[in-house]
Every structure is written in C-alpha cells, then in structure tokens.
Design a protein around this ligand. Structure first.
Ligand SMILES: NC(=O)c1ccc[n+]([C@@H]2O[C@H](COP(=O)([O-])OP(=O)(O)OC[C@H]3O[C@@H](n4cnc5c(N)ncnc54)[C@H](OP(=O)(O)O)[C@@H]3O)[C@@H](O)[C@H]2O)c1
Length: 314
C-alpha cells in the first residue's frame, strides 16, 4: 500500500495551479532525478523501485513509498516509468494493465522506435493513454529550464499533462502522434553527439601527438562548433529540397579530408573516423555529387548500400 497516499492535487508557492499527483516507477539515477524534480515543484509523488532502499532521500523530501508498482500506479492519474530498458519496462507494465487503464503512462525508458510502437499498441489495447519519451539530459539537469524531454503519442494526453511534463524539462516538446518519434529523434541526436565526440577525440589525439594539451584545443573546438551549427542551417533547406548548390564542393572537401588522414598517419593517430567520413564523401562523389555541397551525402545515406567490392586478386 502507498504510505501517505496522495489523492488530491496540491498547489505550491505563488503558483496557484494544482499539482497533479504522479507515480514514479523506477528509482535508478534517472528515475530518482525525475521524482526529485516533481517533488521540488510541488507535486505529490509516490515512488516504487524493484529493489527496496533507493528512496530514502525522496521520502525525506516528502515522497510517499508504495510497496508495489500496482499500489504506486493506483495512487495517481499520471504514471512515469523509467527503468533500464524495454524488457524491464514491459516486465513492470504487464501485471499493471488493469490498474493503468484510464490513466496516462509516460515511459521515459530509452529504447528503439519499434519498441515504443510495441508498448504503445499494448497500452492502447488496454485503454491506457501512452506517451513515449526520451530524456536529452543527464540526471543532474532534469527539471532545468533548458532541459529537453521529447515526447510522442496522443497529443491530448500531452496537453492534459503539459504543465507537469514541462517541469521535468522546460525545453521539452511533443513531436507528434506516432509513438516511435521521440525514440527516433533520440537515436538521431545521440548519433550526432557520438560523431561530434569522436571528432573532438580525434582532434585532441592529433594535437596531443605534438604535445598540445586538450585544455588548449577545446576552446578552439567549441568556437568551431558554433560555425558547424551554421553549416547545419545552411544545408537544411538543401536537404529538404534535394538540391545542393555548394558553398564548398564535395570534391574540395574530400581533398581537405585527405590532409587530415595524412596528418593523422604521420603522427601515428588512428584514422578510423576520417576514413569513414571519406568513404561517405567518395560514395556521394561516385554518384555524381562531386560538384555539390556536403548536404548531398544524405542522398547516398538513404540509397541502398553498394555491393562490397570483390576481393583483390592475390
Ligand atoms: N542516466 C542518464 O544520464 C540517462 C539519460 C537519458 C536517458 N536515460 C535512460 O533512463 C533509463 C534509466 O537509466 P538510469 O541511469 O536511471 O539507470 P540505473 O541507474 O542503472 O537504474 C536502472 C533502473 O532500472 C531498474 N530495473 C532494471 N531492471 C529492471 C527489471 N527487470 N525490472 C524492474 N526494474 C528494473 C533498476 O531497479 P533496481 O534498483 O531494482 O536494480 C533501476 O531502478 C535508461 O533507459 C536510460 O537509457 C538515462
């Protein structure tokens, strides 16, 4: 049974809007941060975690403890789930179908668009309003004005709980009704993050080979990232229209990339990253886009991959 089970919306401070009671299932690093942000903005919060003992801090801050996921879910019209992965999420949810019916379930567990669609279909068949979400932040930034949590699923469910959901991240957005959208954006944005981190790591390794510390390189990297953001803006309408007038052609850019490969090899720095980028550029050039901007690379990314070249004769 949930102890001190909240039943009525509360209000807080000078903001007279009632605070919806929320159940938070899963108190790992992220689930605890979500529950903490909701408590901090005045929501009655009931918490549950598979392994007991992870709620001491939250209880001190006013959360109610539920002794089962079902009791937690029964305590609130809005149920937030954040566990390790899709399999864990489904394991928690399956026994809760009856208690979740008529409530809104927000699943902030990371997964694929296909997993989101599967859970959305499960929820819809059981009368549960289902929003899938992706948290574009680490736990310490949950609840901040600049933090984005991306949501997809029924717009009516998002609108009903908009104020509450924006308290988890002020820059949050509802992307559309298709349940996999939040996860699709999440994977795309993480891909951008990893490509950027790999580029930064490559640059740091290249300069370290000449005795230059990362502390000297990083300010230049950050300044350059601002310019790279401008390139995104320049290329965006080109990618949407499929027409790629160049500011710098792929032919010119691939030649510059070869300088990076050369400089790396000369200093014993691994060339996996520039080789991969060069491969994409060369595929675009082979497809006739040598005189086009970098945006034309998207054409070969969506085209079927070419058959592997035959092995060279011995
Ligand atoms: N941490 C981040 O920076 C971050 C950022 C964005 C998104 N996320 C996503 O948020 C989710 C949680 O991440 P986290 O950092 O909070 O991980 P975490 O600290 O490792 O916590 C994992 C949580 O999942 C629970 N869990 C694992 N397997 C379970 C099962 N079979 N049944 C029920 N509960 C289970 C754990 O419960 P026990 O305590 O019982 O083990 C714990 O509450 C992940 O999907 C992650 O990708 C995390």
């Amino acid at each position: 049974m949930a102890t001190g089970e909240p039943t009525r919306p509360a209000t807080t401070g000078t903001d007279p809007r009632p605070r919806t009671p929320v159940a938070v299932l899963g108190l790992g690093l992220m689930g605890a941060a979500l529950a903490g942000a909701l408590l901090g903005s005045g929501h009655p919060v009931t918490v549950w975690n598979r392994t007991p003992g992870r709620d001491a801090d939250l209880l001190e801050r006013g959360a109610a403890r539920a002794d089962s996921a079902a009791h937690a879910a029964a305590s609130a019209p809005l149920v937030v789930l954040c566990v390790l992965d899709h399999a864990a999420a489904r394991g928690v949810l399956e026994p809760l179908a009856d208690v979740l019916a008529g409530r809104t379930l927000v699943n902030l567990t990371s997964g694929t668009p296909e997993e989101a669609a599967e859970t959305a279909a499960w929820a819809e068949a059981r009368g549960i309003a289902y929003l899938d979400g992706a948290i574009m932040a680490t736990p310490q930034h949950v609840g901040a004005a600049g933090t984005a949590v991306l949501y997809s699923g029924p717009g009516a469910a998002f609108d009903e709980h908009r104020d509450t959901l924006l308290r988890l991240g002020g820059a949050s957005a509802h992307l559309g009704e298709a349940p996999g959208l939040a996860s699709l954006y999440d994977t795309a944005l993480l891909g951008l993050m990893w490509a950027s981190l790999a580029g930064w790591a490559h640059g740091a390794a290249l300069l370290r080979a000449e005795g230059v510390a990362a502390t000297r390189f990083t300010p230049f990297a950050l300044h350059w990232l601002g310019a790279v953001g401008g390139f995104f803006e320049f290329l965006t309408p080109q990618v949407d229209s499929g027409s790629y007038p160049p500011d710098a052609t792929l032919d010119v850019q691939v030649a510059a990339l070869r300088h990076l490969v050369h400089a790396s090899r000369a200093r014993g720095v691994d060339t996996t990253l520039p080789d991969a980028v060069g491969l994409l550029m060369e595929r675009a050039i082979a497809a006739g886009h040598g005189g086009a901007s970098f945006g034309a690379v998207t054409e070969v990314l969506t085209a079927p991959a070419p058959a592997p070249a035959p092995a060279p004769a011995p």
